[in-house]
Design a protein around this ligand. Structure first.
Ligand code: IPD
Ligand code: CA
Ligand code: CA
Length: 250
C-alpha cells in the first residue's frame, strides 16, 4: 500500500510539474480560495488509481470527492497543497496522500515534484526524505526555534490569529509562511523548522504530514494539547520540547 501511495503521488506530481507555469483556469471557491483545472485533473488521476486498486476503501479528497464505505481504511487526498503558490509560479507545493486505518495514522506521502522531494512514512517504520531517514530538530528553546504557520482563507477569525502570531513572534527566532501545510509538517519532520501551528485546516491538509512528523519523532496536538482531531482542523507540532512551548503560547 505504501509503494502504491508513493507511485500515485509521484504520478500526480509529474502532472503538476508538467503544467506548472502554463495556462491555468483559475476559479474561486471563496474570496481567496482558488482551484484550477490542474487541481481537479490531478485529483481525478489519484482517485481513479485508488478506486481501481482499493475499491472497498473510503476516500476523502479536497475537490468534492468523499466516498465513505464500511472499511477500516480511509484515504485523505490533497492533489495540490499550495494552490495559491502554484498559481503564482512559486515552486512550493506538493501532492499529499495519507491512509488512516481505524482512525489511526498508517501511511503518509508528500511529494514536491519541482524540488523532487519525496517525504514518506509508514506507522512504526520511521519517516524518510528521498530514501534517507529523517528526524525532527534538537532545538530546545524558543529563541533557537524557526517556526512556521499558515492563515486560513476565511478571515473572520483573523484578529485572534494575528494576536497569536504577535505573541509567538516575540519569543522565537523567526516565523515563516510557506503556503503548504503538508510541507510545513514535512519540514518540521526533517528538522528544517522546529515547530508549526495553524487553525482552520482540513483533514487532507494535515493527514499525511502528521504521519511523517510522528514517525520522525515529532509530536502534534490540538491547541490545548489534546490529541489531534482531523475534523477540528487545528494543530500545534514540533519536536517534543518546542511543541510543549508552542502549546503554552498558542
Ligand atoms: C492550503 C495550504 C495553506 C494553508 C491553507 C490550506 P490548498 O491548502 O495548506 O498552507 O494555510 O489553510 O487550505 O488550498 O493550497 O490546498
Ligand atoms: Ca491543502
Ligand atoms: Ca489543495
Amino acid at each position: 500500500m505504501l509503494e502504491f501511495a508513493i507511485n500515485t503521488a509521484e504520478k500526480a506530481g509529474r502532472y503538476l510539474a508538467e503544467h506548472f507555469g502554463k495556462d491555468l483556469q483559475v476559479e474561486h471557491k471563496g474570496r481567496i480560495d482558488l482551484v484550477t483545472q490542474v487541481d481537479r485533473a490531478a485529483q481525478d488521476l489519484i482517485v481513479s488509481m485508488i478506486e481501481e486498486r482499493y475499491p472497498g476503501h473510503s476516500l476523502v479528497a479536497e475537490e468534492g470527492v468523499t466516498r465513505i464505505q464500511s472499511s477500516p481504511y480511509v484515504w485523505y487526498i490533497d492533489p495540490l497543497d499550495g494552490t495559491v503558490n502554484y498559481v503564482h509560479g512559486i515552486p512550493i507545493f506538493c501532492v499529499s496522500i495519507a491512509v488512516y486505518k481505524d482512525g489511526e495514522p498508517l501511511i503518509g506521502v508528500c511529494y514536491n515534484p519541482i524540488s523532487k522531494e519525496l517525504f514518506w512514512a509508514h506507522a512504526g517504520n520511521g519517516a524518510y526524505l528521498n530514501g534517507k531517514k529523517i528526524r525532527v530538530s534538537a532545538a530546545e528553546t524558543l529563541v533557537d526555534a524557526l517556526v512556521v504557520t499558515g492563515f486560513p482563507y476565511a478571515t473572520d477569525r483573523m484578529d485572534r490569529i494575528i494576536g497569536r502570531f504577535s505573541t509567538i513572534i516575540r519569543e522565537v527566532q523567526g516565523i515563516r509562511r510557506l503556503g503548504s501545510a503538508a510541507l510545513d509538517l514535512c519540514f518540521v519532520a526533517c528538522g528544517r523548522f522546529d515547530g508549526f501551528w495553524e487553525e482552520g485546516l482540513r483533514p487532507w491538509d494535515m493527514a499525511a504530514g502528521i504521519v511523517i512528523l510522528s514517525e520522525a519523532g515529532g509530536t502534534c496536538s490540538s491547541f490545548c494539547g489534546a490529541g489531534i482531531d482531523l475534523a477540528a482542523g487545528e494543530i500545534v507540532a514540533g519536536n517534543m520540547r518546542i511543541h510543549h512551548e508552542l502549546v503554552r503560547l498558542v
